[in-house]
Each structure stands twice: as C-alpha cells, then as structure tokens.
Design a protein around this ligand. Structure first.
Ligand SMILES: Nc1ncnc2c1ncn2[C@@H]1O[C@H](COP(=O)(O)OP(=O)(O)O)[C@@H](O)[C@H]1O
Ligand SMILES: [Mg+2]
Length: 261
C-alpha cells in the first residue's frame, strides 16, 4: 500500500503521516515513511532520537551517488541514464529505523514534474521498489505543501492519495486543485481527511464542501498536539483521540485498498 499525504501548508500532513506510519508499524507492518519536505520534520513527529538522525543524509542531495549509479547528473533530463540503478546498499546508509518505521528523507526530489523521470526520480523509484517488495508493506509519503511538484510520475510511486484539509475554504481550495492534478495524472484513489476539527459544525462543513472527494475521517483539534511538540514526543503517544482516529483510518484504508494495491 503506497500512500501520499498532501494538502496546503500547515494543515497537518506531517502529523497525519506520523500517526498512520506508527499505527501500521504497531500492527506489525513494515513501514517506509518518506519525508519529501525540503525542511524535513517527520522524524521529529515520529520521535526519532538525535543519535539516529545524525546518520541520516537526504537522498536527493547525494548528487555524486546519483550520478555514479544512474550515469547522469541530477537535475538533467533527456540524456541516457539507467532506470534501475543499484540501490541495495542504500537503505542502510540513508535511512534509519525507529519503532518499526523506516524513515527516508528524500528532500524536494522531482517526482517527474515534466513528465519524464529525472535521474534522482529513477533512483528513488528503484529504492522504493527495493524497500517495498512485500504485499503487506506500507509506504507513507509526506509531501511538500502545494501542488506544483505533483508531477506525472507521482502515480508511479503511490496508489492512493490523502488530501488533508482544515475546516477552511482555503484548504478546500487547495484540495480541489490537487484533485484536478491527480486526475490529470490518472491518480483517482483520493481521500479527504479533515484535521483540527473542533465540533460537529466543522465536520458537517467539510462533509458538505468536500470537492467530491470521499471523506476518510476527521482528526480533532487538540492542544495536546502542540504540547507533544514542546515535549518532543510523538502525538501518537501523547494524544489518544488522534491516535484512535488515525487507527480507524488505517483500518479503512486497508479494507479499501490493502488487497487491491
Ligand atoms: N489536530 C490538531 N490539533 C491541534 N494542532 C494541530 C493538529 N494537527 C496539527 N496541528 C498543528 O498544526 C501545525 C502544522 O502541522 P503539520 O503536521 O506540521 O502540518 P503540515 O505538515 O501540513 O505543514 C503544527 O504546529 C501542529 O502542531
Ligand atoms: Mg509537513
């Protein structure tokens, strides 16, 4: 199951990514969490300790390695490069695992925005394939805010996308844009998650105003989320209401796409 989490900046993509990743790991699945934000913070949300993170280097910045393995300089396209570079030694060097979640910081890699895949895209795709070879494995891709980077090749990486919104028209506007782009590239398995929902009026609002995207569930607004951040512990451990909601979503996703992915 390969899930991308997208949405407007600050809506809660990283919070949801961390919750889902930990929920699946606790169900005994192998989870690969990919932080595609150029200023990564998924590691913190998952409670990775400093000593593990010190070993981590972002894949997309490994220019020399990418050139060596693909035969082309990162940032180029149109030339010849291998689409299946050697990656078997990469996981141990560029990812770290904590509580059953393997974390990889891809940085702002180009997921194929122009329609043809770039060397770093080829590298990542091969790496994902290498890491996710069992039927039960789960990929959670915490995407960079906005829509520009949602290129054609995204469908090669994920088979469903969750769009996070707040109970605001603005975040729904972004969701609508993302939906259009997703449809353009043939990604039609979409879900909406309403975050920071304070009451029934707000969940009703999101249900009514969803741009035709089925609602997977809601996460309550909870000051415990900020508190968890201050204390440096995962929301998953600190805020039971969010953990419970995320676990329900994880279950629904498995029954909806788990077998078909
Ligand atoms: N359910 C929630 N209740 C309260 N605050 C939240 C909730 N979800 C996220 N936040 C806060 O919103 C901010 C953005 O969350 P984050 O997950 O980093 O969003 P994104 O990854 O989309 O930019 C953070 O400060 C976080 O603490
Ligand atoms: Mg984020």
């Amino acid at each position: 199951m390969k899930l991308a989490i997208s949405g407007k900046g600050g809506v809660g993509k990283t919070t949801l990514s961390a919750l889902l990743a930990q929920a699946y790991a606790d169900l005994g699945r192998d989870v690969l969490a990919v932080d595609a934000d150029p200023s990564p913070c998924l590691a913190g949300a998952l409670g990775f300790p400093e000593d593990k993170l010190e070993k981590l280097e972002p894949i997309a910045e490994m220019d020399q390695l990418i050139e060596e393995r693909t035969g082309a300089k990162p940032g180029t396209s149109g030339g010849f490069f291998t689409l299946n570079p050697r990656v078997d030694d990469i996981p141990e060097r560029f990812s770290v695992t904590h509580r059953g979640v393997r974390l990889l910081e891809s940085g702002s890699v180009d997921f194929g925005g122009s329609g043809c895949i770039c060397p770093e895209g080829a590298m990542l795709k091969t790496l994902f394939t290498h890491l996710l070879f069992r039927k039960d494995d789960v990929l959670i891709l915490d995407m960079y805010a906005g829509v520009e980077h949602l290129g054609r090749a995204t469908v090669d990486f994920v088979d469903a996308m969750i769009i996070v919104v707040e109970p605001t028209r603005r975040s729904l506007g972004t969701a609508k844009q993302i939906k259009k782009l997703a449809q353009d590239i043939g990604l039609d398995r979409l879900w909406l998650v309403g975050n920071k929902v304070r009451n029934e009026d707000e969940s009703d609002f999101l249900n009514a105003e969803s741009p035709g995207i089925p609602v997977l569930g809601f996460l309550p607004a909870d000051l415990g989320v900020q508190e968890a951040d201050r204390l440096g512990i995962p929301v998953y451990d600190h805020v039971p209401s969010l953990k419970d909601s995320a676990e329900k979503m994880a279950e629904i996703l498995v029954s909806e796409i788990g077998d078909k992915a």
